[in-house]
Design a protein around this ligand. Sequence first.
Ligand code: PLP
Length: 371
Amino acid sequence: MDTYLDHNATTPVRPEAAAAVTGALARCGNASSVHRFGRLARRAVDDARQAVAALVGVTPANVVFTSGGTEANNLALRSVPGAVLVSAVEHASVLDARPDAMRVPVDGNGLVSLDALAAALDGGAALVSVMLANNETGVIQPVADVAALVHEHGALLHCDAVQAAGKIPVSMSGLGIDMLTLSAHKLGGPQGVGALLVRDGLETEPLLRGGGQERSRRAGTENVPAIAGFGAAAQAAGEALSDAAGLARLRDDLETRVLECVPDATIHGTNAPRVANTSCIGLPNLTGEFQVMSLDLAGIAVSAGSACSSGKVTPSHVLEAMGLDADGARNAIRVSLGWTTTRDDIDRFIDAWSRMARTDEAPGEVRRSVA
Ligand code: PLP
């Protein structure tokens, strides 16, 4: 039986979300149409808007539905003219949205340096983007402290909360965030839908024009089935937040057994606060790519922190930013648990991982990391 431990890549669709998607697909209606069919579609979108807003403690008017986290990050980063600062460990959809942005360093635990941020802000910036939880390590940034600094300097704060929402309680206003990104498929909704939440009174410049949808902040017919699924997933994920303690026990057990088996393995980010589901494990002399392929052959799905969407493996920019050399940044895998994970999954992972970590059978060139 295959074991899926790659929930940070995408997590299985929750049954509530699947039912909402199929229910919406079975109905016809454009949410902009004024007739009854349109009004029903509009109601599905409005209900979802309410649920998504509630997950991060805002009102429905703050929600702009997008095609996913990538689009929401691009919308946020490209809607503010002026200089931008980003943490060095952001997702590519933040880093590449504004290649001109100055990167603020993180420490060895993956936490953004507040001193470096303050110094960079002294140089002038209009917008800062710091994520809430990192997709590779699970490290949680001190976003409330970041927000206080950013606002002292008169700048705006965008926060990519894609890997945090549904895993920890998130209050957009409590953390002082001006714009916040969510993605449905990381919390049990369908792929291809997300949202940018924009605080009251803040105007954003649309990326897509040609329609008045989403209060003219994102043109294009709303993806009603996906949005309905997002809403159902947001509600279910919010109700299941207390399951995090159980996930943390499974993750901690996994890490303890990994270190018992190979004492010189490293758990990256372990000295910082982390979301309960993520473990980034470095193994000397075995590339992440090799580990992922080897575990896949054993029926275990994980990912290499360093793998990008093209499948090409480069050293992880997150681990490099945390001070690892190129080998260290290549030799890690990300194991991410989720709402379907059981103790048996952990046992199967440990069984396969320890066999892989101890084996000397693989040819040297494949096993060894490239300098
Ligand atoms: N931000 C983070 C932290 C992510 O992990 C991801 C997806 O991996 C994204 C943004 C992009 O989200 P989406 O897949 O919805 O475009």
